[in-house]
Design a binder for this molecule. Structure first.
Ligand code: BGC
Length: 768
């Protein structure tokens, strides 16, 4: 036994076989120990919205029973709060539970973009927008890691569907890949330095994420500065040797030594340099050291009540009030409910909550509230309950009719009906996607039947991915309650009665029809390829560009109070960021929070851009009548587009339109700001167009003069072109090399092949 503690051990102390063994798991959840040197095995486990620590000796699929832990709201609900501080606090609580259980890394957050509402795992992701995902992802990582334990940012990258997830190639162009699918990951890496990043199962443009040196090394480490460890998703390694060479450090779960032996053999036969193994093993040692430094920083036992209370607070902040119509001359609304009202609670979800999605993120909760119990606990009037429908697959048509009739009776006898609808658990799961976005037919029939006897009906939805709401115009009030975690029942009661004023907003668009959605024609692809044909136009970017109606737009969410937006101003700060300032007033009679959103666009810019893109947001709490000056900062780098000509981010100069909204389709104030662009010199070649050459900072002027001379020499009277034909536009797209060929042999030509070669050389010469 060595006297050294693991913290002192370096890769030079290890044999090749030991190094290889360190870079794959010892079991489903543990890294490999090296007892000779006192290097311990450390545990990593799911994640993301709670700790799923399987009891000792867990099953080989990793799905069995786990120790009780607080089930916080999954990302779909937590993200709807748009609240960095709240999410940081939830992160701290998750870190605390992870530390108490002596787990080194909590496997989350999930940062993938919701490309299609059909993705079976959307409940685990924050948004269709990369700025929200990045900002909220960074907040939760910082919160968790503040407790001395690590996170795993997943699933890196472009893992936007579950069907065929272990093989499918996400075929995506450079701009959407950078600007939509990688942008959030980049932000979390750079702002929060997660201890680990988990590479995804899928391929990107034909290459497995687990064996892609461009993704795992060039982008992640060289460009973004990631200095942690890359772990494979469980079973994501296709070929181990190319994986480790690409920068995939730790294969999980255990490969039972089989792929470790492949690495040893590859080093011995010279096909892989030993330094590659040293690097990966060194990163595993770093992770062990981080664990040792942080281990035990939080002592148990877990304060179950305090964490349940936080779970309730977070859940309440995740419920989106989609609508709450005013009725009658006095403008009353159905919500919030009076505690004295006679209420009929209808729908199985009220009694048997759906509070998380199926798959690897299923937490064994410390307790579980039902909305029905919690409504009864807060109400002083009579609360009747009818099941309304059954989520069982074996329910008969007769039983369904009976359940519906009983619900109608309950609704008739009440002053208000609260109808809990949603997706049965089997429809949303890791591992497969949905086929449609519809609620079950018996639930839609139930809405119609209840509305007939009780127009004062509130719908509460339990779903992880968005659903179509064909009844939206006929129901006066709708709460989108997502999957809310273990305390969601209490949180729903809080919002229904107004003890909590709803303040959540949609981080994804609710479309009218599946056919309207951006990826409709390209999801889930065929023969293991899915083409991201909608390009940059994901989520609201699509509906806005095509000027389509939606059910509820991105960023939408109502409150029981109202907010007034003052005029906005915008200015460029010294570091190039843009500060947007406005006065926000709570114009109603209850305390509430508003999520203020800043969108930008650059009309007439060089590249194709969405009509508006979210760049900053803030959740602001205001007492009734209170006014506050709110300042939101747009980072300069968030205004950049990915320029495929030079393969880098570029901020284009120009006059940016700034829109400040209560949603993406409820813009309340505007401003404008002039930005200087990044210096950009695109190399010229013989195939550069005349327009590109004329715009070049060094040679553009000369070429413009030569063209002007040429045009002047042309005898317009002899031209056969119709009047008004734009000759300069016609010439603009002419490759300059070929323009030169036209002049070859003409002694009077102003643009000769020699001149062109000279211009190109001058343009591309290093600037001195
Ligand atoms: C999931 C990951 C999870 C891992 C371990 C995989 O199937 O995609 O998100 O962390 O299993 O359970």
């Amino acid at each position: 036994m060595s006297a050294k503690r693991a913290v002192d051990v370096t890769v030079t102390d290890l044999t090749l076989e030991e190094k290889a063994s360190l870079t794959s798991g010892a079991s489903f959840w543990h890294t490999t120990p090296i007892e000779r040197l006192g290097i311990p095995s450390i545990m990593v486990t799911d994640g993301p919205h709670g700790l799923r620590k399987q009891r000792d000796g867990g099953d080989h699929l990793g799905l069995g029973d786990s120790v009780p832990a607080t089930c916080f709201p999954p990302a779909v609900a937590l993200g709807s709060s748009w609240d960095v501080d709240l999410i940081h606090r939830v992160g701290e609580a998750l870190g605390t539970e992870t530390s108490i259980e002596d787990v080194a890394v909590l496997l989350g957050p999930g940062l993938n973009i919701k490309r299609s509402p059909l993705c079976g795992r959307n409940f685990e992701y924050f948004s269709e927008d990369p700025v929200i995902s990045g900002v909220l992802g960074a907040a939760i990582v910082k919160g968790i890691q503040s407790k001395g334990v690590g996170t795993s940012l997943k699933h890196f990258a472009a893992n936007n569907q579950e069907d065929d997830r272990m093989r499918v190639s996400s075929d995506v162009d450079a701009r959407p890949l950078r600007e939509i699918y990688l942008r959030g990951f980049q932000r979390v890496v750079q702002e929060a330095q997660p201890w680990t990043v988990m590479c995804s199962y899928n391929r990107i443009n034909g290459v497995y994420a687990s064996e892609d040196p461009w993704l795992l090394t060039r982008v992640l480490r060289d460009e973004w500065g990631f200095d942690g460890l890359v772990v494979s998703d469980w079973g994501a390694v296709n070929e181990r040797v190319p994986s480790i060479a690409a920068g995939m450090d730790l294969e999980m779960p255990s490969s039972n030594g089989i792929t470790d032996a492949q690495i040893v053999a590859a080093v011995k036969d010279g096909s892989v340099d030993e330094s590659v193994v040293d690097t990966a093993a060194g990163r595993v040692l770093d992770l062990v050291r981080k664990y040792q430094a942080g281990a035990g920083s939080v002592e148990g036992p877990l304060d179950v009540d305090a964490h349940h209370a936080l779970a309730r607070e977070a859940a309440g902040r995740g419920i989106v009030l989609l609508k709450n119509d005013t009725r009658g001359p006095e403008g009353s609304t159905v919500l919030p409910l009076s505690k004295n009202a006679r209420i009929a609670v209808i729908g199985e979800f009220a009694d048997k909550p759906r509070y998380q999605g199926a798959g690897s993120s299923m937490i064994n909760p410390t307790r579980l509230d039902s909305a029905l119990d919690e409504i009864r606990a807060l109400a002083s009037g009579e609360v009747a309950y009818a099941q309304g429908f059954s989520n069982s697959v074996t329910v008969s048509a007769d039983e369904t009719a009976e359940l519906r009739d009983a619900a109608v009776v309950a609704a008739s006898a009440a002053e208000v009906a609260v109808l809990f609808l949603g997706l049965p658990a089997r429809l949303e799961s890791e591992g497969y996607d949905r086929d449609d976005i519809d609620l079950p037919a018996e639930q839609l029939a139930l809405v119609d039947a209840v509305l007939e006897v009780k127009p004062d009906t509130v719908v509460v939805l339990s779903n992880g991915g968005v659903v179509a709401l064909p009844f939206a115009d006929r129901v006066p009030a709708i709460l989108e309650a997502w999957l809310l975690g273990q305390a969601g029942g209490g949180a729903t009661a809080d919002v229904l009665f107004g003890d909590v004023n709803p303040s959540a907003k949609l981080t994804e668009t609710m479309p009218l029809r599946l056919e309207d959605t951006p990826a409709f024609l390209d999801f889930p692809g065929e023969f293991s390829h899915t083409r991201y044909g909608e390009g940059l136009f994901v989520g609201y970017r699509w509906y806005d560009a095509r000027r389509m109606e939606v059910a509820f737009p991105f960023g939408h969410g109502r409150s029981y109070t109202t907010f007034g937006y003052g005029d906005a101003s915008a200015e460029v700060a010294g570091d190039g960021s843009v500060s947007v300032t406005l006065a926000l007033t709570n114009t109603g009679d209850r305390a509430g929070r508003e999520v203020v959103q800043v969108y930008t666009s650059l009309p007439g810019g060089l590249v194709q851009r969405p009509l508006r893109e979210l760049k900053a947001f803030a959740s602001v709490a205001l007492e009734p009548g209170e006014t506050r000056t709110v300042t939101l900062v747009v980072h300069r780098e968030d205004l950049a587009y990915w320029d495929v000509r030079v393969d880098r981010w570029v901020v284009e100069g120009g006059s940016y339109a700034i829109e400040i909204g209560a949603s993406s389709r409820d813009i309340r104030a505007t401003a404008e700001v002039e930005l200087e662009g990044d210096a950009l010199r695109v190399p010229l070649s013989r195939s550069s167009s005349l327009a590109e050459v004329m715009a070049h900072p060094v040679v553009g002027g000369m070429v413009q003069a030569a063209i002007a001379q040429m045009m002047g020499e042309m005898d317009s009277a002899a031209s056969i072109m119709p009047e008004g034909v734009d000759m300069s536009r016609m010439m603009a797209s002419f490759p300059i090399g070929r323009a030169g060929m036209f002049a070859a042999g003409d002694p009077n030509a102003s643009i000769t092949p020699e001149l062109i070669e000279g211009l190109i050389a001058m343009a591309n010469a290093p600037q001195g």
